[in-house]
Write a protein that binds this ligand. Structure first.
Ligand code: APR
Length: 250
């Protein structure tokens, strides 16, 4: 694999514009369970319980389930892992223009990545659907745990919603437009830890490949983009990404 890592690294180094797209597999080594694959979140929780229609219909029951899911997803002591660090280093060294992520755990930022595009929002904040007032997810969780189901806005008493994008909800428009522009302009794209099964994120690698980008895929399982990729590393992100970062050099 070192030859393929070196080849991928030289393509990444030679790229004028490059970006990374990450999924839950990048946070899995930190103890954040992925959504699919063995012991994935959706084999334990029903995704329909977390769609935007349920939130609107019964925000209290939504929050009761959200507290359970969140407790499993985002334990307080969840830390960035070497995959997050390698991507943050690559972007700090100017080899990645941005880190587009589907993850809502904020671990890329914690690892020091500057340019992150959060396609599915961020579960570390909660916002009032009526007036836009925002508070930390911890504050919203404390209100919910003390019996406010749903936790309510200090300004207009509307129901607070976690800033994570729910199924059926629009993605943050700015984030999606920026991710699309980055994909269209890129000469290389590193796709790590995503099953590439949820749109529109899943189309970004194909959009990049259509405009000639070199695709470097790192995932433990097959993805629909494997046949389109220039490099497929069927291995752990905590091995491949640090090796890639090392091989790229300064
Ligand atoms: N190294 C490499 N790949 C890994 C690792 C690892 N250590 N751990 C897990 N994976 C792979 C799994 O094999 C799986 O294919 O990461 C992938 C994670 O896929 P999903 O769980 O589907 O996560 P993701 O692609 O981010 O899901 C997209 O779906 O549920 C919605 O909004 C949610 O953002 C999420 C979106």
């Amino acid at each position: 694999d070192t030859d393929r890592i070196d080849a991928a690294a030289s393509d990444l180094r030679a790229a004028d514009a490059a970006l990374a797209l990450t999924g839950a597999g990048v946070s899995a080594p930190s103890g954040v369970p992925p959504f699919r694959g063995e012991d994935g979140v959706w084999s334990e929780y029903d995704p329909d319980a977390f769609d935007v229609w349920r939130f609107r219909r019964e925000p209290g029951a939504f929050w009761a389930d959200w507290l359970d899911l969140r407790a499993d997803l985002l334990d307080a002591d969840v830390e960035p892992n070497p995959a997050h660090d390698a991507l943050a280093d690559l972007s700090a060294a100017g080899h990645l223009d941005a880190l587009v992520t589907q993850n809502i755990d904020g671990l890329h930022q914690e690892a020091g990545a500057e340019e992150t595009v959060e396609l599915h929002g961020n579960a570390r904040r909660a916002t009032c659907r009526n007036c836009g007032w925002t508070t930390s997810a911890d504050d919203a969780r404390e209100r919910a745990e003390s019996g406010d189901l749903p936790p309510r806005c200090d300004v207009c008493d509307g129901a607070l919603k976690p800033d994570a994008v729910l199924f059926g909800e629009q993605l943050p428009r700015g984030a999606l437009a920026r991710a699309r522009d980055l994909a269209a302009d890129s000469d290389a794209m590193v796709v790590a830890g995503s099953s590439l099964t949820v749109e529109p994120a899943a189309s970004l690698p194909a959009e990049a490949a259509e405009t000639g980008a070199t695709l470097i895929l790192v995932n433990l399982e097959e993805t629909p983009l494997d046949s389109r990729a220039d490099y497929v590393f069927r291995a752990d992100v905590t091995e491949v990404l640090p090796a890639l970062r090392e091989a790229v050099g300064e």
